[in-house]
Ligand binder design. Sequence first.
Ligand SMILES: Nc1nc2c(ncn2[C@@H]2O[C@H](COP(=O)(O)OP(=O)(O)OP(=O)(O)O)[C@@H](O)[C@H]2O)c(=O)[nH]1
Ligand SMILES: [Mg+2]
Length: 366
Amino acid sequence: MSSLTYLVIIVSLLALVALGGAVAFIKTRRSDQLPPAQQTQLLPAEEEAEPTPDTVLSSPAQEVPESMPSRMQRLRARLAHSGGLGQALLGILSRGDLSPADWEELEETLLMADVGLDATTEILDNLRTAVKVAGPEADTRQLLRDELLKAVNVEMDRSLALTNKPATILMVGVNGTGKTTTTGKLARLLVAQEHTVLLGAADTFRAAAADQLCTWGERVGVEVVRSDREGADPASVAFDAVKQGADTGVDVVIVDTAGRLQNKAGLMDELGKIKRVMEKTVPTGEVLLVLDATTGQNGMRQAEVFAQAAGITGIVLSKLDGTAKGGIVISVQRALGVPVKFVGLGEGADDFAPFDPENFVDSLLS
Ligand SMILES: Nc1nc2c(ncn2[C@@H]2O[C@H](COP(=O)(O)OP(=O)(O)OP(=O)(O)O)[C@@H](O)[C@H]2O)c(=O)[nH]1
Ligand SMILES: [Mg+2]
């Protein structure tokens, strides 16, 4: 090889090295110049990819229930956004001098919201009179508020009977209405009020049902009495739960039962039996019917049959979030003479509150 060839090779090598250096330099400069947002985005992604052991092990039992004022405020806002019943009524009333067609529209609105025929007729008769008496300057919002409050009934005692030791609460209802969820939410509410609570898993049809309740027990930090045998006698689990509650001196025992259709006579009789064996230890304080607010008039039929079979003392209206059927509060109380004591407004552990008529009506009209 000639010296010229050597020279060409050396020059080419030097050129290659220089080119590589230049590329590396440009790359470094580019990454330095990334906008800050792009750079910081990389950090959380890396952190999420590798959770610390603490995050994985954190115990659900350490959850702290939401305070009552904060819960009520949040749920009130949720209710206000869900129904639209009050807004529809106010919209019609704000037209001023109401024509027969307007009154008919009011009637339809109330019936569509499951207020029921009797209560609707009564509300509208009273409202007609009140509007007439008040004249053209009438504050229709206030008049409507008064009538709805009357219909919801502020006089009913909605407190839980907690005087027995232990106080017992039996949860009943058709399939999927929210009994187990409500049992957990109610336990959480009672624990937040410094009561000691024990749960009884008397839904023995499926092992998964007891597991679901045990998960709630862990979250809330309360014990659950369950049978390790699928298909065990629910009455015997309920008996054991109340007995253990009495022996260990807890304040409240809540017994969850399997969902059952109201037309299955055998299953309805079983509820009577569960109640009777619980009463061998202490008189049953509450039998709460969990009613799905979205089921409409069919819910009324359920309520009537459950009331006959198990002597319900209160109603929990679940799934009141996202339904315009809030009027069922009025019709179910009227039909049974039993108060709505709690409402469920979502799937979260704190999406649950004692039913407060004023709060309810105000959030409808807010
Ligand atoms: N949106 C909403 N969902 C709810 C509410 N309460 C319960 N749920 C949901 O309803 C579903 C059924 O709830 P469960 O508590 O398992 O009902 P259950 O009555 O125990 O059901 P069975 O034991 O099978 O009869 C679940 O997905 C709950 O999260 C509520 O207030 N609002
Ligand atoms: Mg259940």
